[in-house]
Design a binder for this molecule. Structure first.
Ligand code: AMP
Ligand code: MG
Length: 335
């Protein structure tokens, strides 16, 4: 198909996400979301095992793809372009998804685009909330970043220096015997607490660290067994750190919107802290709907479509996965 034809009609893009525990397929046509289907791998014990997760993705992709096509009421032949998350993420997962995306694109004889997972979170956030130019706090099981658009790129104004905040919550939960994912369990228990226990607050310049907090919270649990209180204190400390860095980035960039995304965005206490801070700065606070805040295929298809419509093309050689692909390495030609 010629390039003009590709961008002159209601192009349909199918996107595949699979950077970590979620395998997802999203289909968009223009700015309309036609389908968003996913399955999430839950480790039987311990954290995510990259090869096990990759096997899960390979197993589930067919059913996820079929469901997405069915929901959107289209067939494979109507797809104009394939997008997939090229990174950052776990090597085996990325390679599994990239291989599937290449096979699909070649079979359908359509272009393929490898897209940055974190930028996908920001763009689906803008689409689903109507935010124009937000300062974004992206908090998930694998990432913690404060992102804003400046001079042609999404710049990282602050990020974790060790583990992601979602990972901190999940690992604490595992340590104390709560089921996975830990975030929602900790939120529930925190509501029953009636005491704050001091935990290490770790903001370094504009960056954050969570592993010391995780260790201290775990030690406190073995010492006192005050689970609700420690859950509460863990949340208060981690979320205050996130709010501080977001506030400073907001003051620095002068943006008038704050966008919260990633799986941890579901947390009502985090939402509350950020809303209050945003109001104090006369900024609009927006939260991405949960379905699109967690890892999902739709953000990949939407970003792929934006890139395609602005002239980005990838050769098959350029679809090699990028495990450490940074948010600020992407030329944001669509803005
Ligand atoms: P993601 O990596 O974006 O798919 O999101 C998964 C992460 O979100 C996991 O670390 C979960 O523990 C976390 N999460 C989900 N719901 C909540 C919640 N209500 N509070 C805190 N964290 C949450
Ligand atoms: Mg993510």
């Amino acid at each position: 198909m010629s390039d003009t034809k590709l961008v002159n009609r209601l192009t349909i893009c199918l996107g595949v996400e699979g950077t970590a525990h979620t395998i997802g397929v999203g289909i968009v046509s223009g700015s309309k979301i036609l389908a968003n289907v996913s399955r999430t791998y839950v480790p039987t014990k311990g954290g995510i095992h990259p090869r096990e997760a990759a096997r899960f993705h390979a197993d589930k992709l067919k059913i996820v793809l079929e469901e997405a096509l069915q929901k959107s009421n289209i067939n494979l032949k109507q797809i104009d372009v394939i997008a997939f998350s090229i990174g950052p993420g776990l090597g085996p997962c990325l390679r599994t998804v990239a291989t599937a995306a290449r096979a699909l694109a070649m079979r359908l004889e359509v272009p393929i685009l490898g897209v940055n997972h974190c930028v996908g979170h920001v763009e689906i956030g803008r689409l689903t909330t109507g935010a124009q130019d937000p300062l974004t706090l992206y908090v998930s099981g694998g990432n913690t970043q404060v992102i804003a658009f400046e001079s042609g790129r999404y710049r990282i104004f602050g990020e974790t220096l060790d583990i992601a905040v979602g990972n901190c919550l999940d690992r604490f939960a595992r340590e104390v015997g709560l089921p996975h994912p830990g975030g929602p369990q900790i939120e529930k228990l925190a509501a029953q607490a009636n005491e704050y226990i001091s935990l290490p607050y770790s903001v370094k310049g504009m960056d954050l660290a969570f592993s010391g907090l995780l260790t201290a919270a775990s030690k406190e649990y073995y010492k006192t067994k005050k689970l609700p209180e420690i859950c509460y204190s863990l949340q208060e400390t981690a979320f205050a750190m996130l709010t501080e860095v977001t506030e400073r980035a907001l003051a620095h960039t002068g943006k008038s919107e704050v966008l919260l995304t990633g799986g941890v965005a579901a947390n009502k206490r985090l939402q509350g802290m950020l809303r209050l801070m945003s109001e104090e700065h006369n900024a609009n606070f927006l939260v991405v709907p949960f379905e699109y805040a967690m890892d999902n295929g739709t953000m990949i298809s939407w970003l792929g479509l934006l890139m395609l419509q602005h002239g980005v093309r990838h050769t098959i050689e350029e679809t090699a996965v990028r495990q450490r692909f940074r948010t600020d390495e992407v030329d944001v030609v669509w803005r």
